[in-house]
Design a protein around this ligand. Structure first.
Ligand code: DGT
Ligand code: CA
Ligand code: CA
Ligand code: ZN
Length: 582
């Protein structure tokens, strides 16, 4: 069991305990342990194997440690089984709907017999929710739209979560001597923000052994299909993985085909057709004169072993997987206009992070060490402002104190430049949560929304436009406020806001946190068209989070961004010039 799956089980326990009316401290203990485990970089199963003392992990006590050991060794948790005797497990899913907590779920179950999302939808459809004391017509409507939104996004895994499940599986397969090549294709290779299922491609000498090793992997919940060259399994978490065994001579063609996207492939096939060629997962074939392209069996094989040859066969250069969405990449490839995409090595700094001054776990100097380790020339400390009281957001007096610490650290540590920044809250009316006099003294001002996500679209748009019009503002941070699979983006006019940023020379953020990835790829493409610049920030709350930058880079590449588009690829002097120009 991987850490993220262990965390899932503990979160489920927390929800069930809360529904049962357990002591809130006990509920919190499970939630906190889940958070720790999810963020822990060594697999707990390894620690258990090594006999490590799990109680040394933060938020993990003796009971929790024995739960973890049980989960890792037995693959299940008796406490969860016990709770499931009393409470339907389907209620857990109900609490994933925004606006439905454990208490509401319990009432819906007690009073209406609602156990599943389908039950809830039926009850709401019949007007039963509106009749419940304390619910009303409005919350019934909200529930219906929450269900619709939930349905749209379930079944997909955030890329970073899928990665945590897939990487150990790939390692497991690599451990087999006969495996010559193994790669993940599909949306995973295109670095889409979420993946539906995982498509593994393998070249190996001993087919049977590979299939056996794949289907007997410890993380497999059940085997859906086990053929000679294709198998499908479902992991404990519910993630489906397809594996295909391929002969070396068609590996490139299969990689191209199974990387997709479907839309990209359709266009590529059309192009092939126009040239008397046929592309399939087996290779590119010259269609004999007068025969039907759809049945190109006997034709001459033009390409297959290498992916680049597939593109070359239809007169195109190789196209980066992140671009393969039929968003103009084939046309650009044809005209020699493919963008030179940003890579992680291009970054010279990180422009959003928190320290112990607000809700971060590490001091400014610890973050500095982390940034140095990652080869950065500069980084911005961007703690929260006072409106976010729960994070310990800074008021004017504490911000000045922070500046003293920055000055003190900067004097001792001249190997990297600390930018004095802040993530300033945009208040409900669009004004900023910090005095102008202080705003002017910051090297970099990020503004963002953390409250009132539900304003009507027109007012939300106005609010953001007012904020970006403020002359001290440099960067609009996580502009839509979405949390992937958890919270929808705010409702506002993105086009108008981008235009506002362009007018005022405000940079838009690509928040690299894998739960945010905000702005998303298509919005960033539009931003680029409008001539906007982008800043990449991890929103790190601890040193390890600085590594999340790679997810931002993935998303930036999907948006066709190159180094000119991203300000934190600029050398320090150039970045400062850009920031001063406002
Ligand atoms: P996902 O799994 O929903 O995140 O998205 P993908 O893109 O990984 O889609 P998936 O797993 O259904 O299929 C993997 C790739 O296989 C897909 O990107 C393109 C290729 N493929 C699958 N079905 C078709 C098809 O009917 N036509 C074409 N041209 N390609 C297909
Ligand atoms: Ca897939
Ligand atoms: Ca698939
Ligand atoms: Zn924020």
């Amino acid at each position: 069991m991987e850490n993220i799956e262990i965390a899932h089980v503990l979160r489920d326990v927390a929800v069930l305990l809360e529904i049962r009316g357990a002591n809130p401290f006990r509920v919190r203990a499970y939630e906190n342990a889940a958070r720790t485990i999810e963020g822990h970089t060594t697999p707990l199963r390894k620690m258990v194997d090594d006999g490590a003392n799990l109680t040394e992990l933060p938020a993990v006590g003796k009971d929790m440690a024995s739960h973890i050991i049980e989960l890792v060794t037995a693959g299940r948790l008796s406490l969860l089984d016990e709770l499931a005797q009393e409470i339907p497990l389907t209620l857990i899913e109900l609490t994933r709907l925004p606006g439905v907590g454990a208490k509401k779920a319990k009432r819906l179950w007690d009073e209406l017999g609602v156990e599943t999302i389908d039950d809830l939808e039926r009850a709401a459809g019949q007007g039963d929710i509106a009749r419940l004391a304390g619910f009303g017509e409005k919350s019934q409507q909200k529930m219906l739209s929450a269900i619709a939104a939930y349905r749209r996004r379930t079944g997909r895994y955030r890329l970073a979560d899928a990665e945590k499940l897939v990487e150990p599986l790939v390692e497991h397969l690599r451990g087999l001597a006969g495996v010559q090549r193994i790669e993940v294709a599909g949306s995973y290779r295109r670095r889409r923000e979420t993946v539906g299922d995982v498509d593994l491609l393998v070249i190996a000498r001993e087919a049977e052994q590979v299939m056996e090793r794949f289907t007997s992997y410890q993380g497999v919940r059940h085997v859906e299909l086990a053929g000679a060259t294709k198998a499908t399994v479902v992991l404990t978490s519910g993630l489906q993985v397809d594996l295909r065994l391929l002969p070396p001579e068609s590996y490139g063609a299969a990689l191209q085909y199974f990387t997709g996207s479907k839309e990209h492939n359709v266009k590529l096939r059309k192009r092939a057709g126009a040239r008397g060629l046929s592309i399939s997962e087996y290779g590119v074939v010259r269609v004999p004169e007068g025969s039907d392209a759809a049945d190109a069996g006997p034709g001459e094989l033009v390409a297959g072993q290498d992916e680049a040859d597939v593109y070359a066969a239809v007169g195109l250069p190789w196209i980066a997987p992140e671009l393969r969405e039929d968003r103009g990449e084939i046309e650009a490839a044809e005209g020699g206009d493919l963008p030179e995409l940003i890579t992680i090595e291009d970054l010279r700094g990180d422009l959003q992070m928190h320290s112990t001054w607000s809700d971060g776990k590490h001091s400014i100097e610890e973050m500095l060490d982390g940034c140095l380790e990652r080869g950065y020339e500069y980084f911005a400390v961007t703690d929260h402002s006072k409106a976010l009281a729960m994070t310990g957001g800074l008021d004017a007096a504490r911000l000045r104190e922070q500046w003293e610490e920055i000055a003190e650290v900067a004097a001792r540590r001249q190997e990297i430049r600390i930018l004095r920044g802040m993530e300033v809250d945009i208040l409900a009316d669009g004004s900023l949560d910090l005095e102008d006099e202080l705003l002017q003294q910051l090297d970099v001002v990020l503004v963002s929304i953390h409250s009132r996500f539900d304003l009507p679209a027109a007012r939300q748009t106005e609010r953001i436009l007012r904020a970006v019009a403020h002359p001290a503002v440099h960067i609009l941070a996580h502009p839509t406020g979405r949390l992937i699979n958890r919270r929808d983006p705010m409702d506002f006019d993105v086009e108008e806001v981008l235009a506002g940023c362009a007018e005022h020379g405000v940079i838009v953020e690509l928040n690299a946190h894998p739960e945010r990835l905000d702005l998303k790829d298509t919005h960033l493409m539009r931003a680029r068209e409008l001539g906007l610049r982008v800043s990449l920030g991890t929103d790190a709350h601890r040193v390890g989070d600085l590594d999340l930058m790679k997810y931002g880079v993935d998303q930036a590449r999907r948006a066709w961004l190159g180094t000119e588009d991203v300000v934190n690829t600029y050398p320090l002097e150039r970045l400062l010039k850009v920031l001063r120009k406002r």
